[in-house]
Design a protein around this ligand. Structure first.
Ligand code: DAH
Length: 513
């Protein structure tokens, strides 16, 4: 507690200290008293009080006081009588008056007659019958009596400075008058009072000195050496401040850059491939038979322009055809069908980044360590899990002596750098053997989820490409990764440009800005 109090005292502004001292010697001191005694202006007193109240050191009480006085027409009524009184005076003489003669006889304005009649009835001084106003017995009584509202008018007339409180005998009359327009003036005055709270008392008990503190260090202070003698007011580093949203990269871009950096640090080089590719590279080079379901129009975007792509070297095309048809010299019997060049020539929007791996193998000599990050396209209908356009990462290693163990090791390391623990489960892809799917562990969900495919390229893939060394390859979807990392349930969120969501996203490793 006392440490807390010391800290609070050290952070008090000189005005706050002065205000507290004043309240110590006079707990009833008003803001005006404090201003007078300390030489502070009222604004400073109030702002110091506000800041003390925010720290629960004092309580600020606000009171609004109303002062009533007569308006110009109120004063006229007080002097000459209310219009209904003027009519009553005539009625006492004559007992009745014709409505049409009312204004003239009573000497009131025509516009006032309506109101006057209303009050005559309400006060039960008169009754109206077929255009004639007749005095009541009750009204006759008032010949010599003053009504409650008339008393108040009188009272206000003799208290020209205004009245704050009406005594019990005047309250009813006052209420009657407030129901009438343009008789009473109200002036509101707000006043504040302060009360020391326990924390404030503890501060005063502990005690403090009031010394001018520097909130700024000026050029002069430095020049004349004054800085050595100044007392500095410490910063309140816990003070609330407005939230600032720094400019930052889109979450997908952050992940892509991070993945790129991981690969580069692991000694991989980048190859981006093309969005438009031949079915040959996207499917055939991966030993995917030409009647494979993934090639169907429902799954793949086929292009009209260009309708076809050039095929690579005859030798490669021939070998690929043979491998599909009979297995050639790969040790397999192939898919046992007639391979078509026309189907291989079809141009597609790439459905995965794995075609980049086979093309890269064909165009480069091992040892090879290649990765790519890029868009892929599939005929998916939009929903919370699917987009027709998304991003994939592909990794490829090809060298003498590479084994399935190296694949698992590479995957483990790659995912570890992304912050995930992994496990492997057997899988099938037409282009790999052995094949695996990588699962990552989600602590919050206490479950494993599948994130990517991987495997050792089959001889049916490697041999036609002229590769005699083993090759491992793996792929994964980036949006999936982003959804996990940023806790997004709907994949479309990543493309929505929801500015609030983007602003509040953690930038790096959960650090919120
Ligand atoms: N191409 C696969 C996909 O789109 C992912 C994949 C699986 C990539 C196995 C690979 C691999 O390189 O070996 O889901």
């Amino acid at each position: 507690m006392s440490e807390d109090i010391k800290k609070t005292i050290s952070e008090l502004h000189i005005y706050e200290k002065k205000l507290l001292k004043e309240l110590e010697s006079n707990p009833k001191a008003t803001p005006e008293d404090i201003a007078n005694n300390t030489g502070m202006d009222i604004k400073s007193v109030m702002s110091a009080a506000g800041s003390l109240a925010a720290k629960s050191i004092i309580e600020v009480d606000k009171k609004v006081e109303e002062t009533y006085s007569l308006t110009e027409s109120g004063l006229k009524y007080a002097e000459e009588g209310l219009p209904e009184r003027k009519i009553l005076d005539v009625l006492i003489d004559k007992n009745q008056i014709n409505m049409k003669d009312l204004a003239d006889e009573a000497g009131i304005d025509k516009q006032e007659t309506g109101i006057a009649i209303g009050w005559l009835r309400r006060k039960n001084w008169a009754q109206i019958d077929k255009g004639v106003v007749n005095i009541t017995d009750f009204g006759k009584d008032f010949a010599s009596k003053i009504d409650v509202d008339e008393k108040v008018l009188d009272y206000l007339k003799s208290n020209a400075d205004g009245v704050k409180l009406f005594t019990d005998d005047l309250v009813d009359g006052f209420k009657k008058l407030t129901g009438r327009k343009n008789i009473l003036n109200v002036e509101k005055e707000t006043s504040h009072s302060f009360k020391l709270l326990p924390k404030g008392k503890a501060i005063l008990e502990h005690g403090f000195t009031i010394k001018q503190q520097a909130t700024q260090l000026t050029h002069e202070h430095l020049k004349d050496g004054e800085w050595k003698h100044l007392e500095y007011r410490p910063y309140d580093i816990q003070a609330e401040s407005p939230i600032k949203f720094a400019g930052k990269k889109h979450p997908l871009r952050i992940i892509i850059d991070e993945i790129r950096e991981i690969f580069l640090n692991m000694g991989f080089s980048e190859d981006n491939g093309e969005f438009v590719e031949s079915a040959f590279w996207n499917f055939d080079s991966l030993f995917q038979p030409q009647d494979h379901a993934a090639r169907e129009m429902q799954d793949t975007f086929y292009l009209k322009n260009p309708l076809t792509c050039d095929l690579p070297d005859d030798a490669l095309v021939k070998l690929t055809a043979e491998t599909h048809e009979t297995g050639a010299d790969t040790g397999s019997i192939g898919w046992q069908y007639d391979w078509s060049e026309d189907i291989a020539r079809q141009s597609v929007l790439r459905t995965h980044t794995t075609g980049i791996s086979t093309k890269h193998l064909y165009e480069h000599e091992p040892p090879i360590k290649m990765f790519s990050v890029g868009r892929v396209f599939r005929r998916e209908t939009f929903d919370y899990k699917h987009l027709p356009e998304f991003h994939q990462v592909e990794g490829l290693v090809c060298d003498e002596g590479i084994s399935y163990q190296n694949l698992l090791g590479t995957l483990k390391e790659f995912y570890k750098k992304l912050g995930f623990e992994v496990r492997f489960r057997p899988a099938y892809f037409p282009y790999t053997y052995l094949s695996t799917e990588t699962e990552i562990y989600l602590e919050e969900k206490e479950s494993w989820i599948e994130l990517g495919g991987a495997g050792m390229f089959r001889p049916e893939v490697l041999k036609p490409l002229g590769i005699n060394q083993p090759a491992l390859a793996f792929g994964l979807g980036i949006e999936r990764l982003a959804m996990i990392r940023y806790d997004v349930e709907d994949i479309r969120m990543l493309y929505k440009s929801d500015i609030k969501w983007l602003r509040e996203l953690p930038t790096v490793n959960g650090v919120k800005l």
